[in-house]
Ligand binder design. Structure first.
Ligand SMILES: Nc1ncnc2c1ncn2[C@@H]1O[C@H](COP(=O)(O)OP(=O)(O)OP(=O)(O)O)[C@@H](O)[C@H]1O
Ligand SMILES: [Mg+2]
Length: 234
């Protein structure tokens, strides 16, 4: 469904990603694991069209999407929940959700269905729909960021550290929801530092270090790998 071939990305003269190749099949949950500053966010920003590649190609559903603009990529169904959430704090929860459907404005019925889907997954959003988003807790804001992405009806949902800064209780709630979303057929690409939890819900994973992928494999095998033990610091 999704493929990156030998992608290199620079910030000015400095390479941040070097010859990255990876694949995601329809229905898979794929993890990208790596230490701080490894290039995880850079990789997600590039596949969403926010940063440009220097070399290499990106394909989504057989189509070359390399260096299309972010709007074009979102409308193809590749949707990104950014690191740090970036919700609109002064708008209501409902308005934040509706903004996620901006590429689907003409499909009123679909929009109500998506809204119900988001509320089913995160009932707290429904309870708080008229509240300003800035008054939500961190965990609820993450739910909102994910709910907003779902409003764009993704085929591939990409998440940048959804557990960042959250209490364990919220992290579990978020991961349960991610699992449900995948059971409903959604393909997921998750960047995380919560290594064990992420590898427990993903099918396969890649490990990134200093801008290069250093290992890939089924999640159960990665859990036992020396690379993961080094990362966790055992
Ligand atoms: N806007 C930028 N300009 C220049 N260099 C950048 C920029 N953003 C990131 N970098 C550098 O690129 C490298 C990769 O950063 P990136 O944010 O992709 O890492 P990350 O794996 O997401 O880290 P974290 O776990 O802290 O979120 C780092 O060395 C970082 O300093
Ligand atoms: Mg990051």
């Amino acid at each position: 469904m999704f493929k990156i071939k030998k992608m290199t990305v620079h910030y000015g003269p400095l390479p941040a990603l070097k010859e990255i190749s990876l694949e995601i099949g329809r229905g898979e949950v794929i993890a990208l694991i790596g230490p701080n500053r490894a290039g995880k966010t850079t990789l997600l920003l590039t596949l969403s069209g926010i940063l440009e590649t220097t070399e290499g190609r990106i394909y989504f559903e057989e189509e070359d999407i390399t260096n299309l603009n972010p709007h074009q990529i979102v409308s193809k169904g590749l949707i990104h929940v950014p690191q740090g959430r970036h919700i609109f704090p002064t708008l209501s929860v409902l308005d934040n959700l509706l903004l996620g459907a901006y590429t689907k404005r003409k499909e009123k019925e679909g929009m109500e269905e998506s809204l119900e889907g988001a509320y089913r997954l995160f009932p707290k959003l429904s309870e708080r729909k008229d509240q300003r988003a800035g008054t939500l807790s961190g965990g609820e804001q993450q739910m909102l960021a994910i709910g907003r992405a779902l409003m764009g009806r993704p085929k591939l949902l990409v998440l940048d550290e959804p557990s960042l800064g959250l209490a364990p209780r919220f992290t579990e709630e978020i991961f349960d929801a991610l699992k449900k979303m995948n059971q409903n057929g959604l393909t997921l690409f998750i960047v995380e530092q919560e290594i064990h939890l992420t590898l427990s819900i993903s099918h396969r994973g890649y490990i990134i270090k200093n801008g290069r992928l250093i290992k890939e494999g089924p999640s159960f095998a990665l859990l036992e790998s020396q690379e993961i033990k080094d990362l966790v610091g055992i």
